[in-house]
Design a protein around this ligand. Structure first.
Ligand code: ZN
Length: 350
């Protein structure tokens, strides 16, 4: 957890919620001022929403607030946004512009959280953090001194705050950046727009970091109670040649180039599509699979035969089940690995 001192009031609560209970019990004297009472601690704990104790996931959340993320297509080939894949390909140390739009209604103090995750269900529980080389670069360079060394994403908003800890796995403690949406421009139909600049400080190919795994940024629109009132997922790849890598991944790019000749050029940002339409790269096969192993001998296991209306609905149910089991594992439940692996096997078979 990092406090840059810019948010003296609201973020104090946010910081308290980033501290787990053990930290509070073990080091309350050093963490809080003398007048911070036990009641204050209890109140701060109560404000933590349910999803903070679960793993992040790739499911978009659509609400009346209508969160949308507009990606500037870029001008100088330092980054490219592929609309069909809904994926950004970007060079290291390139500043990318994103436009956040939403319907503000009467909500106050909204914020946008950006969190990097691995997209494969096999890796989604792992923290995504900077590699050793780029950590060292941060230490010996003055360029990004405002960014904690574990964070890969940098935000240029003056009031952005960096949260999370290096080895955390659950949502509430994962590395993330929270940006207050404090300067929106509301258009004539009541849509608030705010432009935010981002930069990636590590590459997907970094062997002591991402190590070629597939990655995405989860953007969550949050209210004062940290509840998610909108969520979008933006897959990305930080690489040395965005154009080449995009062409390798998108085999239909040549035909789309022909189509684009009929479309007027402009700087209009492209809207992201719902994550249900996202083409997610296939998960990296894991060398160890327990799909065929029997369930442990337990009196508590429960089985139902479930039929869903379509494949996507079934995938959604299975991902929820995966998050439930792996979340329990993170909280200390033993012998749950086989349940997670069985669910993973079912997901892979769809
Ligand atoms: Zn790196």
């Amino acid at each position: 957890m990092v406090d840059n001192g810019i948010f003296p009031t609201d973020s104090d609560v946010a910081d308290l919620c980033n501290i787990n209970t053990e930290d509070l019990l073990m080091s309350s004297e050093t963490l809080f001022p003398e007048n911070f009472s036990e009641l204050d601690v209890a109140n701060a704990q109560l404000t933590v929403p349910e999803h903070w104790d679960k793993y992040p996931n790739m499911e978009a959340i659509e609400t009346k607030f209508g969160l949308d993320i507009g990606i500037d297509p870029g001008e100088n080939q330092n980054w490219l946004y592929n609309l069909k894949m809904n994926k950004v390909f970007i060079k290291l140390n390139s500043v990318m512009t994103v436009t956040v739009s939403y319907k503000p209604y009467d909500a106050a103090n909204l914020s946008l959280r950006a969190m990097i995750v691995y997209t494969s269900p096999d890796d989604m529980h792992l923290q995504v953090k900077r590699c050793a080389n780029h950590k060292a670069a941060n230490i010996y360079s003055i360029d990004h001194q405002d960014v904690p060394v574990d964070h890969i994403l940098k935000c240029y908003h003056p009031h952005a705050k960096y949260h999370g800890s290096e080895n955390a796995q659950l949502f509430g403690d994962r590395l993330s950046i929270v940006v207050p949406l404090d300067r929106p421009v509301v258009n004539e139909i009541g849509i608030a727009n705010e432009t935010i600049k981002w930069e990636f400080l590590c590459q997907n190919s970094c062997t002591t970091g991402i190590n070629r795994k597939s990655t995405a940024v989860i953007f969550t629109l949050e209210n004062e109670a940290f509840e998610i009132i909108g969520k979008k997922v933006m897959p990305f790849k930080v690489c040395s040649c965005p154009k080449r890598d995009m062409q390798r991944e998108d085999t239909s790019i040549i035909s789309r180039k022909r189509e684009s000749k009929d479309i007027p050029h402009g700087k209009r940002p492209s809207k992201m599509v719902c994550s249900a339409e996202i083409k997610v790269e296939p998960p990296t096969p894991s060398p160890v699979k327990n799909y065929e192993q029997p369930f442990p001998d337990t009196q508590t296991s429960h089985t139902v035969t479930l039929t869903m209306p379509n494949k996507e609905s079934m995938k959604h149910v299975l991902r929820c089940a995966f998050n439930e089991v792996t979340g329990a594992m993170a909280r200390g439940s033993n012998n749950y690995e086989v349940y997670a692996d069985k669910i993973q096997g079912l997901l892979n078979s769809l």
